[in-house]
Design a protein around this ligand. Structure first.
Ligand code: ASP
Ligand code: MG
Length: 428
């Protein structure tokens, strides 16, 4: 079955954070030309964080009734505003059904380890949001079918970081997203399901990835991520002045940017699109007329301005072997094995004859144990808090502007990237 012309739209938490936001989503669908359409929706606003807090209290044997009530009030509040004067609307029946499932789950003691329990509870954020959005669209003339992503995206049991089985999912998706059933489908981002029927999640911010997977499996013509910014910018406007929109980015460039730490899109998103050369648009749901950014196969020459990516809360660690050996392959492999074992994320490495330096994320649950073990074989020095600035496509002017007058502890340059590790600046 061919799905020619099918488009995939992804709406993140901010785009459905309130009743007005959901009304705006409808406006976007009405104004944006589309034939068959899959609408992927995240949990509303900061719901995933709220569910994580709820889970922590539940797992810790603490009270969670207030947190649960707030979750209920928030979703009912949005639904009441959207279905004003219609207390018998089916949407409320569906919401009640979901909250009964949440109550039933929380009434039992945790049925497994943290990651497993996380994946049984946290997907309710997306189940709730898509239920409200689906009913609202139907009520306003956009008839649609609600698809349970857990039934069509099959994953393994790596809870909280589930890996998709593309072959099985392809079969299931082609069955669920059947154009004979509807022209518009509403489904959840971020979640999938195992063969045994338990829920899984794809990692925080995973809805972009869901949109890319579905586009790949259904051979969509394009994917649009609707955001509250006008496309991909060359820096985070909260941290840098005079940001610029990047009109076009190639797939490899987008992967490089995500790797540097740019929070443009979930890093796994590009591959499924690149494999089928499906373009990805990033556009503003506040200003849908604006052009946005397109991420697609190389072809055009793009004169990219310098792109600034700042990673905060970094630790600079220098290691000197205690046995006065040089830092040769043997030491390097020991160091990496150890950092990997403790799941410490390494962002930059540099070695000299007698010392080896790494810049890592400051992860309070992981780093101290890794440092303790490193001290057995190395003299360890570390500095924190540091920040690491990457300037991709750097120019002398861009470097001077950012770095002049600051103490640089470590720097590294390739033809395209310049990276500087410096004291962390206060942000007020
Ligand atoms: N709701 C999930 C999160 O907040 C997934 C997403 O928004 O992409 O991480
Ligand atoms: Mg999000």
């Amino acid at each position: 079955m061919s799905m020619e012309g099918l488009r995939v739209f992804k709406f993140g938490g901010a785009s459905v954070r309130s009743a007005e936001a959901v009304q705006n989503l409808l406006r976007v669908l009405r104004h944006e030309p589309h034939g068959p359409l899959v609408v992927v929706v995240s949990a509303m606003g900061k719901t995933t964080n709220a569910l994580e807090r709820l889970l922590a209290a539940y797992m810790g044997g603490l009270r969670f009734d207030e947190e649960l009530q707030a979750l209920r009030d928030y979703h009912y509040g949005i639904a009441q505003a959207l279905f004003e004067g219609q207390p018998d609307h089916l949407a409320f029946v569906a919401l009640q059904h979901l909250f009964e499932q949440i109550d039933a789950l929380l009434a039992q003691p945790p049925a497994g380890p943290y990651d497993y329990c996380y994946d049984q509870l946290v997907p309710f954020g997306e189940l709730l949001s898509t239920t409200i959005v689906g009913h609202y669209l139907t009520a306003h003339g956009v008839s649609n079918v609600w698809v349970d992503a857990r039934a069509c995206l099959r994953s393994d049991t790596s809870y909280r970081d589930a890996a998709i089985d593309f072959d099985t999912s392809k079969y299931l998706c082609q069955r669920e997203f059947d154009l004979k059933r509807a022209k518009v489908f509403v489904t959840q981002g971020f979640i999938a399901g195992t063969a045994e029927g338990s829920s899984t999640t794809l990692g925080r911010e995973g809805s972009d990835y869901t949109a890319a997977i579905l586009a790949n499996l259904l051979d969509a013509s394009d994917v649009t991520i609707w955001k509250d910014v006008e496309g991909v910018l060359n820096a985070d406007p909260k941290l840098f002045a005079n940001t610029q929109r990047l009109p076009y980015i190639s797939y490899p460039e987008a992967i490089e940017l995500a790797y540097c730490g740019a929070q443009i899109i979930h890093p796994k998103t590009i591959k499924p699109l690149q494999n089928k050369r499906i373009p990805l648009y990033v556009r503003s749901f506040i200003n849908p007329q604006a052009e946005g950014t397109v991420i697609e196969a190389e072809g055009r020459t793009a004169n990219l301005p310098p792109v600034y990516v700042l990673k905060r809360n970094q630790v600079l660690i220098s290691l000197i072997p205690r046995d006065f050996s040089f830092v040769i392959e043997d030491s390097l492999s020991r160091i990496f094995a150890l950092l990997y074992k403790h799941r410490v994320k390494v962002n930059l490495v540099q070695s000299s004859a007698i010392s080896f330096t790494v810049v890592v994320d400051d992860e309070p649950h992981r780093l101290p144990a890794a440092l303790a073990e490193l001290r057995e074989g190395f003299e360890v020095r570390h500095n924190s808090p540091m920040e690491m600035l990457t300037i991709r496509h750097y120019t002398p002017w861009a470097v001077a502007e950012q770095v002049e007058g600051r103490t640089v502890y470590l720097q590294q340059r390739t033809r395209t990237n310049a990276r500087f590790v410096m004291d962390q600046r206060r942000t007020d």
